[in-house]
Write a protein that binds this ligand. Structure first.
Ligand code: AQP
Length: 339
């Protein structure tokens, strides 16, 4: 029986942090054993906010290397860079012409990021969810792993596939595109900033101390956890809305030690911050150590990563080109005549 297919990606807008790992990449590592898995570095999405070209190049490469360092196995999945497959941009244009503007204006992420950028906000940022729909629909996945923050974008991709492509241009029993289902991950829903338990840990937060990056040295991790915001209470607990920092840091501790929430709740119920923070620090350092070692070894052998990306691109191109060809034909674009 054919395996079901999943697709996901991270945008190289900065150094990957433990939120990206616990909320996304660590889950993909499990998924690749069960599903036909495609993961990409969505560099075209990183252009939707102001960027520095040299940093973008470096972040794109290090994100791909971190996928492998975190356990994505090129023998079990296809790893590629979004912009290496022109079909993403082309399908984005086709979908742009079929997507009503008022669907886009409702997107929460656009509203939040647009406020931060003010009058300088780009059309690309408004269009981000259509590009994401193109990324997804090109690969006809059955499932798309999504965190809380991306649910609305996946819903848009489903609506475009169903209402704007299949219903308008497909035949009753012969759909052009698969309408993917969300795969809601059990763990790592939302890791919050170390400086404010109510806002999401983000690569692009200007305050470095708000996040633990996957490549932070043990000393940096110690400093960041030492500075992390706490409260005046003794004893760590989950789900107390007056204590978002306790909930967040205890959640991280539970995930990095692979212990249940019940177990860590009991362990830390009477513990003061002074005892908890060193415990959390050492747990983070030791679970990042194998990732950092693998990353260092990959950096010493760039040819290995290159080959992984060449193979992944080849596999992704075959699949995406066949979907694009089907859509082009269905919407009435004349087929190219090869000599
Ligand atoms: N704080 C988080 N907690 C849990 N999961 C998270 N993800 C991101 N931040 C957290 C998950 O990581 C995947 C890739 O994210 P992305 O880089 O494509 O977009 P993002 O959600 O916008 O990530 P950042 O780090 O916040 O980047 P910037 O600052 O550039 O916006 C997604 O599956 C996401 O859910």
């Amino acid at each position: 029986m054919n395996k079901k297919r999943v697709l996901s990606g991270v945008q190289p807008t900065g150094a990957l942090h433990i939120g990206n790992w616990l909320g996304a990449i660590r889950n993909w590592v499990e998924l690749q054993n069960e599903y036909e898995t495609y993961v990409c570095v969505v560099d075209l999405h990183a252009l939707t906010v102001p960027h520095n070209p040299e940093e973008l190049k470096a972040n794109t490469l290090s994100t791909a290397a971190l996928y492998v360092a975190c356990g994505m196995d090129p023998n079990k999945c296809s790893i590629f860079i979004q912009s290496h497959i022109p079909a993403h941009s082309e399908l984005c244009w086709l979908l742009n012409c079929l997507t009503p503007l008022n669907w886009m204006e409702r997107m929460i992420q656009f509203k939040e990021k647009a406020v931060k950028q003010g009058y300088n906000v780009s059309i690309g940022l408004l269009d981000y969810p259509v590009l994401m729909a193109a990324d997804i629909l090109l690969y006809n996945p059955d499932l798309v792993p999504v965190g809380e923050d991306q649910k609305q974008h996946l819903e848009l991709a489903r609506n475009i596939a169903q209402q704007r492509i299949n219903s308008k241009f497909g035949k009753k029993d012969n759909h052009i595109l698969k309408v993917p289902e969300p795969l809601i991950m059990k763990e790592g829903g939302k890791i919050m900033s170390l400086c404010d338990g109510k806002s999401k840990m983000s690569k692009s937060d200007p305050n470095e101390n708000s996040r633990i990056s996957l490549l932070d040295s043990p000393d940096i991790i110690r400093k960041k956890i030492k500075r992390a915001k706490t409260d005046q209470y003794i004893g760590l607990e989950f789900d107390n809305s007056n204590r978002p920092e306790a909930d967040n840091l205890l959640g991280i501790y539970s995930m990095v030690t692979n212990q249940s929430r019940e177990k860590v709740s009991k362990e830390c119920a009477e513990m003061g911050w002074g005892k908890f923070k060193p415990l959390l620090t050492e747990a983070i350092i030791s679970c990042l150590q194998p990732i950092q070692e693998k990353y260092t070894s990959l950096s010493k052998n760039p040819e290995e990563l290159n080959q992984i990306l060449i193979n992944g691109t080849q596999q992704a191109k075959e699949l995406s080109n066949s979907t694009l060809k089907r859509i082009r034909k269905a919407i009435g674009l004349l087929e190219q005549i090869d000599k």
